[in-house]
Ligand binder design. Structure first.
Ligand SMILES: *[C@@H]1O[C@H](CO)[C@@H](O)[C@H](O)[C@H]1NC(C)=O
Ligand SMILES: *[C@@H]1O[C@H](CO)[C@@H](O)[C@H](O)[C@H]1NC(C)=O
Ligand SMILES: *[C@@H]1O[C@H](CO)[C@@H](O)[C@H](O)[C@H]1NC(C)=O
Ligand SMILES: [Zn+2]
Length: 441
């Protein structure tokens, strides 16, 4: 008995010594190399700074300041989660800025509002020397060398183009390089994951013929198709249609949190086949399905998606300033290193994390550009949405004069209810022209 106890004490002693040695060695390690896990995350991120898939600062600028940039100093902005000092602290080298306008503007002034959001992002990215608008992978890589923070412009919701491919093309000209096909409302041509707005409900028509033309035109232009906010049916149809890889710019895993904004494994497999990317959203509501989440639970989403489709299909799309609740320790754009630290502790390798931070997005964007180059001989699409599919009284359709006897000399489409002033002025013009011809003037 006594002997056994002594032996136990001895083995206990050995263990204690061993433990002490381990502790000593690891502190020695920190002493020699100076690295803690937090340091490793910062070092990794300064070598491979983040390209983040989604940020709604522009929406906050509208809500809080009516887009009056002169009222704020973007280095330090209160009541928001994003400003230049915190982007720098978080090693964010490139940010996709959403130019979101609310679904209530569909069929109203969505196009104007979107233009105004593009204007504010373009202004903010040219008026501050730390920021720079980029529109290609080449410029994106260049901005990293110059140590500027790259701004990418992304439309959030197909209602912004008012079912018009020419409008889509003009947005491209203004620098837009990505578009989510829907926000929380269906468009006349694609379906939302949310059933919040009861508009444009269709059966078996998650991507209409016009919707397919939108995807084709985005492929031709080199604009990234974003499936965050789209219904699963729409996402599947797009994955089948798109010649280029697509992204979910700010969505997490449905297996971990069963929220309609998240992506189920079935879609993840299709995404992998497409070569695309899911950029994990950090919002508590999508991480834990309630408003209390922690970094560990965020990492569970990363681990799960990695198990299903591999680390090369994963990115980060924080969604800061789009929503309010974020996990403790991930409250704003300066906190990304805490997430990388957690993933390092979960044995994600540095090459895997370099991919998650930026290389995976660069690969996808480059592939989108290659598809554009391959399609360079294709002419701009002239596909138009059938008028009956838009059911929009604000839509004016000018027609050229028809044969005599028909009331179509300058007629507007029958369902256009806002036409009379134009009709009247056109009529007056016609009469004046006729009279002047008759009088030989
Ligand atoms: C939609 O699809 C379902 C099942 O495939 C079918 O039963 C239904 O009739 C379809 N509806 C329309 C409007 O095509
Ligand atoms: C996939 O695309 C092919 C060819 O464009 C089409 O025939 C097929 O119906 C599509 N399938 C789905 C599920 O959209
Ligand atoms: C994170 O939250 C989950 C779910 O609430 C909980 O089970 C877990 O213990 C938490 N982890 C940490 C490290 O706090
Ligand atoms: Zn969103």
């Amino acid at each position: 008995m006594l002997f056994w106890k002594a032996e136990r004490r001895a083995s206990c002693c050995v263990w204690m010594k061993f433990l002490r040695l381990v502790v000593m060695l690891s502190s020695l390690c920190v002493l020699i190399t100076g690295y803690t896990d937090s340091d490793r995350a910062h070092i990794l991120m300064s070598r491979s700074p983040l390209i983040d898939g989604h940020n709604d600062l522009a929406l906050r600028l509208r809500i809080l300041h009516n887009n009056r940039l002169s009222q704020v100093d973007l280095h330090h902005v209160s009541k928001v989660a994003t400003d230049i000092s915190r982007l720098k602290a978080g090693h964010v080298q490139a940010q996709m800025f959403s130019v979101y306008v609310m679904c209530g503007a569909q069929e109203k002034d969505a196009v104007r509002l979107t233009l105004e959001q593009i204007d504010v992002v373009r202004r903010m990215c040219s008026e501050y020397k730390e920021l720079e608008l980029v529109t290609s992978t080449q410029e994106l890589r260049g901005s990293e060398k110059k140590k500027t923070i790259a701004c990418l412009i992304s439309i959030e919701g197909g209602h912004s183009i008012d079912s018009s491919l020419p409008a889509l093309r003009m947005f491209y000209q203004l620098g837009v390089r990505s578009m989510a096909l829907t926000h929380t409302c269906n468009t006349p041509w694609a379906e939302s994951s949310s059933k919040h707005y009861n508009v444009y409900q269709r059966e078996n028509n998650s991507l209409t013929q016009f919707g397919r033309a939108v995807v084709d035109e985005m492929n031709r232009l080199g604009m990234i198709v974003d499936l965050s906010h789209s219904s699963w049916d729409t996402a599947l149809a797009v994955l089948n249609q798109s010649m280029a890889p697509v992204i979910f710019s700010h969505s997490s895993s449905y297996s971990i949190c069963k929220h309609c904004r998240n992506v189920p494994d079935l879609l993840l497999h299709a995404l992998k086949k497409n070569g695309g990317l899911i950029m994990v959203n950090l919002h508590s509501g999508f991480i834990s399905c309630n408003n209390a989440a922690n970094i560990s639970l965020v990492a569970d989403h990363f681990d799960h998606i990695k198990t299903v489709i591999g680390p090369e299909s994963i990115g980060i799309g924080g969604d800061f300033d789009g929503v309010d609740s974020f996990p403790l320790g991930l409250e704003d754009v300066s906190k990304y290193p805490a997430l990388i630290q957690e993933l390092l502790q979960r044995n994600w390798s540095e090459p895997e994390l370099t991919g998650v931070l930026r290389m995976n997005f660069l690969r996808v964007f480059e592939e989108v550009e290659k598809v554009r180059d391959k399609l360079h001989s294709k002419l701009p699409s002239e596909v138009q949405i059938p008028h009956k599919e838009v059911q929009n009284p604000c839509r004016m359709v000018l027609r050229r004069p028809g044969p005599p006897g028909q009331p179509s000399i300058h007629s507007l489409h029958s369902s256009a209810q806002h036409g009379p002033p134009v009709t009247n002025s056109l009529e007056i013009l016609t009469i004046v022209l006729l009279l002047s011809t008759l009088l030989g003037l």
